[in-house]
Ligand binder design. Structure first.
Ligand code: HDE
Length: 704
């Protein structure tokens, strides 16, 4: 980012160092600890304006949390355009070689602001680009489709997933009656439900998730020609998840797990990066596919329209102040720049109203774009003034247009050769109607495509997730109705979930499905056109051994006094070379003593940490092994990591510890690496690159 931009963006930064303390009016304060009283044991005085100044501010320090996506974490960064796509769009920030500053915010949807990061949920993926032609907001999710097709039903889906209104429970969870009541009545939610019940909804890190525009937008080139476009963000670190049981435990050990992970990575200079890909569809091809590209419950398979990579986002700076930046940033998919336009997706059209409306309420009026994090870097020039919390001062007596007294300024962005925002001149010739296009009616083909494209382990996770969620639903009628939905996606899926719920024998399921479908889906049965793609490898997250990267992964070294430094260093060097992070965990924080002499400070102990916060474990040898053999929490670490299918390794002298764990001895090599049997360091790293050894789940011989 150039210096000018930096200065513009930071000009509201306050530095308190070497300053005397003042009230908000700049009056110096000589005592900030005591209220003004009539005698030290007497009543407080109303005239204490210094106390009032401080307390009145405090009393107003919360603004309404976002009604959805309340829990979020943000970071500053840049976007660099790397491809010439001027044939499709005139957007200045997408011109090859342009670098644009940005602020990104990732979020969960359902939970309140203070809820856990590891809820099973969709993640918001928002980016404010401070372009030379004004702010462009990308407001997407980590899942490429949505629950509903029309904006009118958004309050309903959100009300259903939020804590139930009588008891305000459960927090940040979809596993309850009202959510599944709604979803099971909405066949259009079938596709999205598959994604939300998949591991996409429990990311390992915000740095390891994809971002999607969900809607189709339009690129507009300098001749006014439109091309439909879908946006995808691909994380350079790969797309990874945690196990569901692990997610629940992380919520207890570290509810800020994702926020901390993002903060620490940026703080350490491990700047997360995403490549931006676009799927381009010529305007003439709008109606070419078996699905409607305006339907937000549909993807365009990458195998059908491949991604073209056009740039890279790098997050390189943590916010200076959470409230001022992450809390006050105001995203709005209706903030477009010349070269990008809306499509007629009915969900997108509805969003265009909701976001600005919500910002007016949350941020207290029409001047929220003057808050530093929301200010465009190219300045704003118009005839507006007044309103709550106005900061800019517009000089002179002219606040209208057209004017002659102000020299006709500010003038239309065209007079001097500029190009202002012009909407795509799409021809619209139709009757007003409240309704839905018949081309939106097929709700199951892509849900099936998603399910069929998952690996065996991913399918098992989906079955478990539906079983978990529906087990928490009290209403048997709702459970059955959702089974009927699943039965239209995949019969085995429905049967397996039904078995887990102890509900509906398979032979009755088909009858039930027809009965529910007729009730809730008037078009039933529909005959959708044959899909172009029936299997899409791009939809699976699974990586194979040796394929991925272990950069920034956290490896726990399980140590105690007397641990061998040689044994630590051998593994540590190789891991650090691959970009991984090594954390020593000992019986207490403070110093750990080495067998060879010397000591090192440790900040993590078996008391404070759990294996769910690590990607892989290593037990070095040394005299520490004796201490660990009597340490129940050590075994807990290993057993849990094993259960969550992580790579675990043991130096030769530590292998005896394995005896008392639940590790299935037939699993050695499959993610359980012993120095006496394997190439300790290389094999450990090779396996870690697979992220997890999911096949272990089916062979597991340990109590569940
Ligand atoms: Fe949002 N959404 N949404 N949404 N949404 C909000 O705006 C809304 C939808 C998304 O980090 C709210 O500032 C409607 C789809 C993100 O600050 C609100 C509809 C997608 C964020 C709102 C949708 C999203 C929001 C709440 C259906 C993915 C967080 C507070 C018509 C493409 C932005 C706020 C941030 C936030 C409305 C559906 C993504 C109420 C009406 C689809 C990432 O305005």
């Amino acid at each position: 980012m150039n210096t000018r931009k930096k200065e513009q963006m930071n000009h509201h930064l306050i530095d308190n160092s070497n300053r005397e303390m003042t009230t908000n009016d700049g009056v110096p304060i000589h005592d900030n600890n005591n209220t003004l009283k009539a005698g030290v044991r007497g009543p407080s005085l109303l005239e204490d304006f210094i106390y009032q100044d401080k307390m009145a501010h405090f009393d107003r320090e919360r603004i309404p949390e976002r009604v959805v996506h309340a829990r979020g974490s943000g970071a500053h960064g840049i976007f660099e355009s790397t491809a010439d796509i001027s044939a499709y769009t005139k957007a200045a920030f997408l011109k090859k070689g342009t670098i644009t500053p940005l602020f990104a915010r990732f979020s969960t949807v359902a939970g309140f602001k203070g809820s856990t990061d590891l809820a099973r949920d969709v993640r918001g993926f928002s980016i404010k680009f401070y372009t030379e032609e004004g702010n462009y907001d990308f407001v997407g999710n980590n899942i490429p489709v949505f629950f509903i097709q029309d904006a009118m039903q958004f309050p309903d889906v959100i009300h259903s997933v939020k804590p139930e209104p009588d008891k305000e429970m459960p927090q940040a969870a979809s596993a309850h009656d009202t959510f599944w009541d709604f979803i099971s009545l909405m066949p259009e939610a079938a596709h999205m439900s598959m994604w939300v019940m998949s591991d996409r909804a429990i990311p390992r890190s915000l740095r390891m998730m994809q971002g999607f525009s969900v809607h189709t937008f339009k690129f507009i080139n300098d001749k006014g020609k439109a091309t439909f476009v879908k946006f995808h963000w691909k994380p350079r670190l790969g797309v990874h998840q945690v196990a569901w049981q692990e997610a629940q435990k992380i919520s207890g050990y570290d509810a800020d797990f994702h926020r901390r992970d993002l903060w620490e990575a940026i703080d350490a200079g491990d700047f997360p990066q995403w490549d931006l890909g676009v799927q381009l569809i010529p305007e003439e091809d709008e109606l070419k596919y078996s699905f409607d590209i305006l339907d937000p419950t549909k993807i365009i398979p990458e195998e059908l329209v491949p991604l073209k990579i056009i740039g890279t986002m790098t997050l390189n700076r943590n916010p200076d102040n959470f409230f001022a930046e992450t809390e006050q940033v105001a995203f709005d998919p209706g903030r477009l720049v010349p070269g990008i336009d809306f499509s007629n997706d009915p969900l997108l059209q509805g969003r265009v109203f909701s976001y600005a409306d919500t910002q007016h309420y949350r941020l207290g009026g029409p001047n929220f774009h003057e808050i530093p994090i929301n200010r465009p870097i190219n300045g704003k020039y118009n005839n507006q003034k007044d309103g709550f919390a106005r900061q800019d001062i517009l000089k002179g007596n002219v606040s209208y247009f057209p004017n002659s007294l102000g020299g006709g300024c500010p003038y239309h962005a065209m007079l001097k050769g500029e190009k202002g925002f012009e909407s795509h001149a799409e021809k619209v010739d139709a009757k007003k109607i409240r309704g839905r296009s018949a081309s939106f009616a097929d709700h199951f083909t892509q849900a099936r495509l998603f399910y069929n494209s998952q690996s065996a382990a991913e399918k098992e996770h989906i079955i478990s997730a539906f079983s978990f969620e529906l087990s928490k639903v009290n209403s048997e009628a709702v459970r059955k109705r959702e089974l009927a939905i699943l039965n239209q996606v995949d019969k085995t899926l429905a049967k397996r979930v039904g078995d887990n719920l102890g509900l509906v024998p398979a032979k009755e399921l088909d009858k039930l499905t027809i009965q529910f479908a007729k009730q809730n889906h008037p078009e039933y049965p529909i005959k959708p056109p044959k899909p172009e793609v029936e299997y899409s490898p791009a939809l699976s997250m699974e990586t194979k051994a040796g394929e991925g990267s272990i950069a920034t992964r956290k490896v726990g070294f399980l140590v105690a006094d007397g641990v061998s430094k040689v044994s630590i260093d051998k593994m540590k060097k190789a891991l650090v070379r691959e970009g991984a992070k090594v954390v020593l965990i000992s019986t207490r924080v403070g110093k750990v003593k080495f067998k060879e002499g010397g000591e090192e400070t440790v900040q993590h102990s078996y008391l404070t940490d759990a294996s769910v916060c690590y990607d892989a474990l290593y037990t070095p040898d040394g005299d520490s092994v004796k201490i660990l053999s009597d340490e129940p929490d050590y075994y807990q670490f290993v057993n849990e990591a094993y259960r969550h299918c992580k790579a675990i390794s043991f130096a030769k002298g530590a292998e005896s510890l394995l005896e008392y764990t639940y590790v299935n001895k037939n699993e050695l090599g499959k993610g359980v690496i012993l120095e006496s049997k394997h190439k300790l360091v290389q094999d450990f790293i090779h396996i870690m690159k697979a992220h997890r050894i999911w096949e272990r789940e089916t062979n597991r011989k340990i109590p569940v």
